[in-house]
Write a protein that binds this ligand. Structure first.
Ligand code: SAM
Length: 223
């Protein structure tokens, strides 16, 4: 386990605490929650990659028959397990999204990476993450991420400021914080198009306010 993951520490919770969200990110989160609730209503099974403190595991448990949460921060896996301990249809495991073939033994109808989880992963692992999704997801993947614009960057910087994080530098849409301990990326939509198409997903996008976008990949052999 790398010690450079900010989510390994209690202060990582500040980043996923709604109270710290500036207005644009609040709107993004509210629209993301509504989107996932609507599209996952009645689902048979869901894989949530980067489940964090388990807010979606809890929120979606009443509408999805079976949910598996995965996170590589042991600290947050424990928070999620505790939060969902009375939900028999939810399980949480510790692991890295790039290793789905080692972590899973069955396929899931859907998968989601919410709240810019994709942007919290270094781009080097994206090919393995998408390859794993193509192998272990039957129908659709729901990936929510930041849009790329100056206005969104201002909102992201407000969030880090509200959390008391020190931003070291900004490189395009990438924010480097806390002495390089944490790097948050955002990518233009065509970046995902290539990853989706090369892994046999077709792609549709839905704006979530001015800050966010939900990218939906549908397995081509599912249609
Ligand atoms: C921005 S948080 C989102 C948490 C949650 N999905 C939510 O919407 O509240 C990103 C999460 O992804 C996890 N994460 C980042 N990279 C990961 C990886 N390679 N494998 C598994 N989890 C990862 C982090 O530990 C963190 O919990």
């Amino acid at each position: 386990m790398e010690s450079t993951n900010i989510y390994e520490q209690e202060k990582g919770l500040a980043l996923i605490d709604h109270q710290n969200y500036p207005e644009g990110i609040k709107e993004y989160m509210a629209l993301e929650e509504a989107f996932l609730l609507q599209h996952l209503q009645g689902a048979k099974s869901l894989l949530e990659i980067g489940c964090g403190d388990g807010r979606y595991l809890e929120m979606l448990a009443p509408v999805v028959a079976e949910i598996l949460g995965i996170d590589y921060a042991e600290y947050l896996v424990n928070v999620s397990r505790n939060r969902t301990k009375n939900l028999p249809n939810v399980n949480v495991i510790h692991g890295n999204a790039k290793d789905l073939q080692l972590l899973l033994s069955k396929t899931y109808q859907y998968a989601t990476l919410a709240w810019n989880t994709i942007g919290n992963m270094p781009p080097e692992i994206h090919p393995d993450v998408f390859k794993g999704l193509a192998e272990w997801v039957e129908e659709k993947i729901f990936i929510s991420t930041y849009q790329c614009s100056d206005a969104v960057m201002q909102e992201r910087l407000k969030l880090y400021d509200n959390c008391g994080y020190q931003v070291n530098s900004i490189n395009g849409n990438q924010v480097i914080m806390e002495d390089g301990e944490h790097t948050a990326y955002a990518y233009p939509i065509n970046y995902f198009q290539d990853l989706m198409v090369s892994n046999h997903f077709s792609m549709e996008t839905y704006e979530l306010g001015f800050c966010g976008v939900m990218i939906v990949g549908t397995k081509q052999d599912f249609r």
